[in-house]
Design a protein around this ligand. Structure first.
Ligand code: V47
Length: 360
């Protein structure tokens, strides 16, 4: 019989939790007991250290062939508000970010119906020309699959060619929720969960690290969340290429799923999701509390629930804000430091491969 005491004993002795145990935790309705265990698991790995980085998001285009029902960002090519940034504009945003101390550009967009594959290589080369020290974390697994389809190249060829053009790692977007029944309700045209995992496995084999996300608080059940986490943990056992897991709470405003607003996760669910992720994903070094979607205050509290990374300064975030996220569009370094310190933790600026940056 699964019980909290039984799970607590397993966590204390460092044993791996089963899917049934993770489900039990989600449904146990005892946030503080789960929090205590997650804090213990995090403390063992990271002590009081909490990472952040100085980065900038560049969403190069919102034009997208897919019509995911959770998305308020996408536009048809001829729709009002549709845009594609000029390469010069991308470069000048990266230059500004670099001048302000950014070490990373996080660059993603939609599945553009017309741009050819060489354009994306050009994009990377243009942004990288700002400085070879700027880490390019770009293109979700969904975009990588799209590039393979439009170019006729294999995933491996696409990834190696992007790497040669300046790609340094992949962000974790596009994972949404893997369970096929919910996924087809949520984002019918999007690549399957299996394909998302296949792209990541290939990226890891090509020497590219990546993150992983889970979009929650929409149509999924707790069992779907556990299934998602289990598939990530399995792949991580095989490749070791994931750096961070980022739970993404669904924001419903301006999305076709607006009517599911009542299902949007509340603060307790957000914290429980962070805590269970920390406990179940025992092979992920980092659980990120993405302040843009959690809000700064809840992200700060999540540091006591197993998270060890607040993400970065971000600047000009669009995907979450178009869907109603109420956080600022970016945050200064001083503000991030304050959030971490007043949580009783020690801030550590990192680069995109989780190496400590000294003297900043
Ligand atoms: O894939 C889209 C999600 C993702 C909504 O890897 C939404 O370090 C909430 O993946 N409500 C893109 N979420 C963002 C992302 C990300 C962000 C920060 C850091 C990292 C990382 C990755 O945003 C999409 C989708 O899952 N998303 N619409 C929405 N309405």
């Amino acid at each position: 019989m699964i019980s909290l005491d039984y799970i607590a004993a397993k966590v204390r002795s460092g044993e791996r939790l089963s899917e049934a145990e993770a489900l039990f935790l989600f449904e146990a309705d005892d946030l503080l007991a789960v929090a205590e265990l997650a804090a213990l698991a995090n403390d063992r790995k990271n002590g009081r250290r909490v990472f952040y980085n100085v980065n900038r998001h560049i969403n190069y285009s919102n034009i997208c062939a897919n019509r995911c029902r959770f998305c308020a960002f996408r536009r048809d090519p001829d729709e009002e508000g549709a845009y594609l940034l000029a390469l010069e504009e991308m470069k000048s945003r990266a230059e500004e970010a670099f001048r302000q101390g950014a070490t990373e550009i996080h660059m993603v967009g939609g599945l553009h119906p017309d741009l050819p594959f060489p354009y994306y290589r050009e994009m990377l080369r243009t942004v990288k020309s700002v400085s070879s020290r700027l880490h390019l974390k770009a293109f979700t697994a969904v975009e990588i699959d799209h590039f393979a389809r439009i170019s006729g190249l294999s995933l491996r060829e696409v990834l190696l060619s992007l790497k040669e053009s300046g790609l340094d790692s992949l962000p974790g977007g596009g994972a949404e929720i893997f369970a096929p029944a919910v996924r087809s309700e949520l984002c019918q045209e999007k690549i399957s969960g299996d394909r998302w995992l296949e792209v990541m496995a290939e990226a890891h084999r090509c020497g590219l690290r990546s993150n992983a996300t889970m979009l929650y608080g929409h149509l999924e059940s707790s069992a779907d969340r556990v299934d998602h986490l289990a598939r990530l943990r399995d792949l991580q056992d095989r490749t070791g290429g994931f750096q961070a897991f980022v739970p993404l709470p669904f924001q419903s405003a301006n999305t076709p799923l607006q009517s599911a607003r009542s299902r949007q996760a509340g603060g307790v669910d957000d914290l429980m999701t962070v805590a269970v992720s920390r406990l179940f994903l025992d092979n992920f070094p980092t659980i990120k509390a993405y302040w843009v979607l959690l809000g700064e205050k809840l992200a700060q509290v999540a540091l006591a629930f197993g998270a060890n990374d607040l993400d970065g300064t971000v600047v000009d975030e669009r995907i979450g804000h178009e869907a109603g996220a109420e956080s600022p569009r970016g945050m200064g370094r001083e503000e991030i430091l304050r959030l971490i310190r007043t949580a009783g933790k020690e801030p550590v600026e990192r680069d995109s491969l989780y190496r400590e940056i000294h003297g900043s």
